[in-house]
Design a protein around this ligand. Structure first.
Ligand SMILES: Nc1ncnc2c1ncn2[C@@H]1O[C@H](COP(=O)(O)OP(=O)(O)O)[C@@H](O)[C@H]1O
Ligand SMILES: C=C(OP(=O)(O)O)C(=O)O
Ligand SMILES: [Ca+2]
Ligand SMILES: [Mn+2]
Length: 656
C-alpha cells in the first residue's frame, strides 16, 4: 500500500493509507459508508423494533388468532380502564410512549414491548384530563428506566458500579400508622381488627375519595409508568399485579422486586388480579375521613386495589402486596411467611423468620447455598415458593468482605435508595447515614450468583427464628421444640436500639406477631396453626438465633460477629447441631448447645459473657416480663384444632 503524504490539519503531514483514485479525489474513509441519507434516518436505524417472540398467528388456530393490533388495542383498553375515574363516563385516552420522544421526532417510536402507532400529542400544555392523552410507559426495560430517571427525576445518578442511585423523598421507611384497610361486609369477619392489629379501618367511600385523588393526579401527568408483573413462583398460585406509578424509580424498583414476565407472558397478560395506584408525591387530603396525616396507604381487598398517597418510599409497594398475599394465600390453605429461604446442595431448605434488621436477607444470601428468596414466601402442600422476583437489602455499613454476594449485586439495573456517593467518582460511601440509616438496594434475584431459579424448593427442614436481642440475654443459638417454636413465632420478638441519637442506650423491645404483624391480615393464631401443622407434618426443627448483643446489653456488650452467626447457621444446615449436647437455661427454658464448630464455646451461654452477673439476671427477668406481658393478648386464643398444643404453647414461655 502506498502511503501518500499530504498536508493535514495544523499543517502537519497526514499519512494517507489509501491510493489516490483515478479521479484525483482522496477517500479518507476506509470503512463502509453509513446506510443513511439524513441524521434522522441514521437515528431511526439505531433502534431495532422489539418484535413479538412468538409468531402468534402461526401457532394458534384460525379461530383463536388475535392480531398484534387487536392485542395491543386490548392492552391499551385495559390500561385505560385501570386509570378511569369512576365518576366520569370513560377512561383517559392512553397512548404508549414517551411524550418527549414523540415531540422530538417525526418517526414513530417504540417504547415498551410493542410498537404502536404514534398519536399526535398536543404541543401546548393542555392540562384538562379529558382533552389530553396519558402517555403510558409500559414495562420499560431497566435501560429505558435509567434514562427516564436521569432525565426527569432529580436525585437520580449512576454510581460507579452501575447502580441507579435515587432519593425516596421525605419518607425513607414505611408508614404503618398511615395504613388503612377497607372494612366492608366481607373483610369485617375475615380480617383481624382491633387491639394489636395492623389493620386500621377506613370505609369504602373514603377509599374511593383517595382512589379518585390518585387517579386524577396520575392522569394530570404527561406520562405514567405501568408495570404488569407476577407474584409467587408457584405457577398454580401466581398472582397478576399491575403497578401504576409516576416515577421511573418506582417502576424500576417493582421491575426488580416482582417476577418479570417473559414477552410471551406479557402478551397474554390480560386483566390484572390486583392493581396499585402509586401517587406517592401527591399527598392525601387530611379533611378526608380516617386520614390523620398527609400519607395514606389504602388497601381495598374487594376491589383488589391499593392506593398510595404522600409517600415515595418504594418498600411500601412491595410490603403492600405482601399484605395482599397474607389474605389471598391462607384462603387457599397456603401459608404466607415473612421469611427468607435457601436450600443446600442436598435439597435441605431453611426458613429465616425475623423482623426488619434481624438478618433474613443477610443470612439467606449464603455463598454455599441456593437462594430461594430473602423476604416473602409461601408454604403450600408442594413446598416453598418465593413471592418475589428480587431482593431488598440494607446497605448501611455494607462491606465487600462480609457480604460479597450483596456487594456484587449492586450493579447496572439495581436501585440504590438514599445512599451518599462521592460527587465525581460516584463511589458509594455505605457508612454514610446523612440521608437515612435505612439505605437500600433492590436487585433482581438472579443478580445473586447461586439464586435458585425458579425460586421454589421442597418442604423446609429447619425453621430459624431470628431475633436481634439488644438486651444481650438470649443465647446465640438454641434448639426449640414445636411448642417453643410456636410461642416465639407468635411473640415475634426483637429489640433494637431506640434511636441513633447520642445518649439513647436503652434497647426497645418489639413484639410483632408472626414476625410480621405489620403485614398479616388474619388473626396471628391462624398463621401459627398452619405453621405448627406444616412443621409437624414435615418434621421441621425450630431454632432461635440471636443476631444481636452478647457480653452485655447495647452500650456495654457488642453485636455477635456475623462470622459466628454464619458458623451457627452452617451447623444448623449440616445437621451437626441437631445431635449436639444441650443444656437447658433457666427462665426461658432454652436448649443451648455446649459446642458449635468455629464458635468460641464461652459465648454460647450468655450468662458467661456478662461481667456483671447481677445485671445479667435483672435484664433476663426484665425481658421475660416483657414476653409474658405481650403474650397476655393471646392466652384466650386456641391454636389449631388441638387443645393440647395450645396448652403446650402457653407453657413454653419464660417461667420466673
Ligand atoms: N451477627 C449478625 N447476624 C446477622 N446480621 C448481622 C449480624 N451482625 C451485623 N449484622 C447486620 O445486620 C443487618 C441485618 O439486616 P438484614 O439482613 O437486611 O435483615 P432483614 O432482612 O431481616 O431485615 C445487616 O446490615 C447485617 O450486616
Ligand atoms: C422492606 C422491608 O423489609 P426488611 O426490613 O425486613 O428487609 C420493610 O420492613 O420495610
Ligand atoms: Ca421486613
Ligand atoms: Mn430483608
Amino acid at each position: 500500500m502506498a502511503a501518500n503524504v499530504a498536508s493535514g490539519r495544523n499543517g502537519l503531514p497526514e499519512i494517507q493509507t489509501q491510493e489516490k483514485k483515478a479521479d484525483g479525489i482522496f477517500h479518507h474513509d476506509i470503512t463502509a459508508p453509513v446506510n443513511a441519507q439524513t441524521i434522522d434516518e441514521l437515528h431511526s436505524l439505531q433502534k431495532k423494533k422489539s418484535a413479538p417472540t412468538t409468531p402468534l398467528d402461526g401457532i394458534r388456530g384460525p379461530f383463536t388468532a388475535v392480531s398484534d393490533d387487536a392485542r395491543s388495542k386490548q392492552q391499551l383498553q385495559s390500561i385505560s380502564a385501570s386509570l378511569a375515574s369512576l365518576t366520569r363516563e370513560t377512561g383517559p385516552k392512553v397512548v404508549k410512549g414517551d411524550p418527549a420522544a414523540a415531540r422530538q421526532s417525526e418517526t414513530p417510536r417504540v417504547v415498551g414491548h410493542h410498537h404502536h402507532q404514534r398519536h399526535v400529542s398536543p404541543t401546548i400544555n393542555v392540562t384538562d384530563s379529558s382533552l389530553k392523552f396519558t402517555h403510558i410507559l409500559y414495562n420499560l426495560s431497566p435501560a429505558e428506566l435509567y434514562e427516564q430517571a436521569i432525565k426527569y427525576e432529580k436525585g437520580s445518578f449512576i454510581t460507579s458500579s452501575g447502580a441507579l442511585a435515587t432519593l425516596s423523598g421525605a419518607k425513607t421507611g414505611r408508614s404503618p400508622k398511615d395504613k388503612r384497610v377497607v372494612r366492608d361486609e366481607s373483610t369485617e369477619h375475615d380480617l383481624w381488627w382491633g387491639k394489636g392489629s395492623p389493620n386500621i379501618e377506613m370505609d369504602e367511600h373514603a377509599f374511593m375519595v383517595n382512589r379518585e385523588r390518585a387517579v386524577d393526579y396520575l392522569n394530570s401527568l404527561d406520562k405514567v409508568f405501568v408495570n404488569d408483573q407476577f407474584l409467587n413462583w408457584d405457577p398454580e398460585n401466581r398472582i397478576k399485579v399491575r403497578i401504576v406509578s409516576a416515577r421511573a424509580y418506582h417502576s424500576l424498583f417493582m421491575h426488580n422486586m416482582c417476577i418479570r414476565p417473559t414477552p410471551e407472558e406479557l402478551e397474554n397478560f390480560g386483566t390484572p388480579d390486583f392493581t396499585i395506584y402509586n401517587a406517592g408525591q401527591f399527598p392525601c387530603n387530611r379533611y378526608t375521613h380516617y386520614m390523620t396525616s398527609s400519607t395514606s396507604v389504602d388497601l381495598n381487598l374487594s376491589r383488589r386495589e391499593m392506593v398510595i398517597l404522600g409517600t415515595q418510599y418504594a418498600g411500601e409497594m412491595k410490603k403492600g402486596l405482601f399484605g395482599v398475599m397474607h389474605y389471598l394465600m391462607p384462603k387457599r390453605q397456603i401459608l404466607s411467611l415473612h421469611s427468607g429461604s435457601n436450600m443446600g446442595k442436598d435439597g435441605d431448605v431453611a426458613l429465616f423468620f425475623g423482623l426488619s434488621g434481624t438478618g433474613k436477607t443477610t443470612l439467606s444470601t449464603d455463598h454455599n447455598r441456593y437462594l430461594i428468596g430473602d423476604d416473602e414466601h409461601c408454604w403450600s402442600d408442594k413446598g416453598v415458593s418465593n413471592i418475589e422476583g428480587g431482593c431488598y437489602a440494607k446497605c448501611i455499613d455494607l462491606s465487600r468482605d462480609k457480604e460479597p454476594d450483596i456487594w456484587n449485586a449492586i450493579k447496572f439495573g439495581t436501585v440504590l435508595e438514599n445512599v451518599v456517593f462521592e460527587e465525581h467518582t460516584r463511589e458509594v460511601d455505605y457508612s454514610d447515614k446523612s440521608v437515612t440509616e435505612n439505605t437500600r438496594a433492590a436487585y433482581p434475584i438472579e443478580y445473586i450468583p447461586n439464586a435458585k431459579i425458579p425460586c421454589v424448593g421442597p418442604h423446609p427442614k429447619n425453621v430459624i427464628l431470628l431475633a436481634c436481642d439488644a438486651f444481650g440475654v438470649l443465647p446465640p443459638v438454641s434448639k426449640l421444640n414445636l411448642a417453643q417454636t410456636m410461642y416465639h413465632f407468635i411473640s415475634g420478638y426483637t429489640a433494637l436500639v431506640a434511636g441513633t441519637e447520642e445518649g439513647i442506650k436503652e434497647p426497645q423491645a418489639t413484639f410483632s406477631a408472626c414476625f410480621g404483624a405489620a403485614f398479616i391480615m388474619l388473626h396471628p393464631t391462624k398463621y401459627a396453626a398452619m405453621l405448627a401443622e406444616k412443621m409437624q407434618k414435615h418434621g421441621a426443627t425450630g431454632w432461635l438465633v440471636n443476631t444481636g448483643w452478647s457480653g452485655g446489653r447495647y452500650g456495654s456488650g457488642s453485636r455477635i460477629k456475623l462470622a459466628y452467626t454464619r458458623k451457627i447457621i452452617d451447623a444448623i444446615h449440616s445437621g451437626s447441631l441437631l445431635n449436639a449436647d444441650y443444656k437447658k437455661t433457666e427462665v426461658f427454658g432454652l436448649e443451648i448447645p455446649t459446642e458449635v464448630e468455629g464458635v468460641p464455646s464461652e459465648i454460647l451461654q450468655p450468662a458467661n459473657t456478662w461481667p456483671d452477673k447481677k445485671a445479667y439476671n435483672e435484664t433476663l427477668v426484665k425481658l421475660a416480663g416483657l414476653f409474658k406481658n405481650n403474650f397476655q393478648g393471646f392466652v384466650s386464643h386456641k391454636i389449631g384444632m388441638d387443645d393440647k398444643l395450645t396448652d403446650e404453647i402457653l407453657a413454653a414461655g419464660p417461667i420466673f
